[in-house]
Design a protein around this ligand. Structure first.
Ligand code: NAD
Length: 277
């Protein structure tokens, strides 16, 4: 690279410069957007998902966005099933091998099962798969991230993606999903308290209803969409980039005194009694 270009780039530090981040569920929605903007802000990113083809596309997008000057060793596509502890352990080990350290863990992968229903109709298999994917995965991701942070000796940062339904009930029942997101909130709070003196921050983001496949696959007609939107003061679904922008703040040093917090990014849904006309 020409010396003049190097000099010009020297002061253009991103908010996550020199940080290494793992993002799960990186093949779609929130995870995809997090990968792209984390990389833009200087992080080296491991884009992890059960769908390898999808994360290959995520990494292609990162390359498009950050440009050829920054290509080398900036992003790694990685196949992982977050319900399997051994695979999550290997994900962290591979990250340490490839990038030498881990600073940020975004436990984002999650599912909303099509047969998730009320207490009477939800099958135990649906319950268990939902809890394995949405809760145990967060435990595994946090566990191996904390071990890696301890090796850094400088602490680290965990961001767990919960949901607005952790704080309110859904009248279109999805009991396993709702309960799983409540568990994400409570386990994250306790992790934050336990590891605060090690300079490890743990926070959650509770998104409202978003324009991503996880929700929109269920809302296949306008009536179903309106059934949700009537409760959202903003009157629209959120975009995954709006969650990623919150994640980047929490991951950065700008949020250095924030731990054990839940940030609701939900268009006002959890604040509403009735919505504006
Ligand atoms: P999405 O469906 O667009 O993406 C989820 C990604 O997770 C997919 O790429 C999928 O392949 C991956 N994944 C699923 N199971 C996995 C597994 N076992 N191992 C590894 N990867 C796996 O969903 P999204 O809307 O971006 O959701 C991301 C997170 O946000 C989830 O935890 C979800 O519960 C939460 N959330 C979403 C909404 C919403 O309305 N979309 C609202 C609140 C919270």
């Amino acid at each position: 690279m020409a010396t003049a270009v190097k000099e010009a780039l020297k002061d253009l530090k991103g908010r996550l410069e020199d940080k290494v981040a793992i993002i799960t569920g990186a093949g779609s929605g929130i995870g995809f957007e997090c990968c792209v903007i984390f990389a833009k802000e200087g992080a080296r990113v491991v884009a992890a998902d059960i769908d390898f083809k999808a994360v290959e596309k995520t990494v292609e997008r990162i390359k498009d966005v950050i440009g050829p000057l920054h290509l080398s060793k900036h992003a790694l596509p990685y196949k992982v099933d977050v319900t399997k502890e051994a695979e999550v352990k290997k994900l962290v080990e591979t990250t340490l091998k490839e990038f030498g350290r881990l600073d940020i863990m975004v436990n984002n992968a999650g599912i909303m099962h099509p047969h998730d229903d009320n207490a009477l109709n939800t099958d135990e298999k649906v319950w268990d798969l939902t809890f394995d994917t949405n809760v145990k995965s967060v435990w595994y991701g946090s566990k191996y991230a904390i071990e890696a942070f301890r090796r850094n000796g400088k602490g680290g940062n965990i961001i767990n993606i919960a949901s607005f339904v952790a704080s309110m009930g859904s009248a279109t029942p999805q009991l396993a999903y709702t309960a799983s997101k409540g568990a994400v909130l409570s386990l994250s709070r306790e992790l934050a308290v336990t590891h605060a003196r090690e300079n490890i921050r743990v926070n959650t983001i509770s998104p409202g209803p978003l324009n991503t496949p996880l929700l929109q696959n269920f809302l296949d007609n306008d009536e179903k969409k309106q059934r949700r939107l009537v409760h959202v003061p903003c009157g629209r679904f959120g975009e995954p980039i709006e969650i990623a922008q919150t994640a980047i703040f929490l991951a950065s040093d700008e949020a250095s005194y924030i731990t054990g917090a839940d940030i609701k990014v939900d268009g006002g849904i959890t604040a509403a009694y009735v919505t504006p006309e």
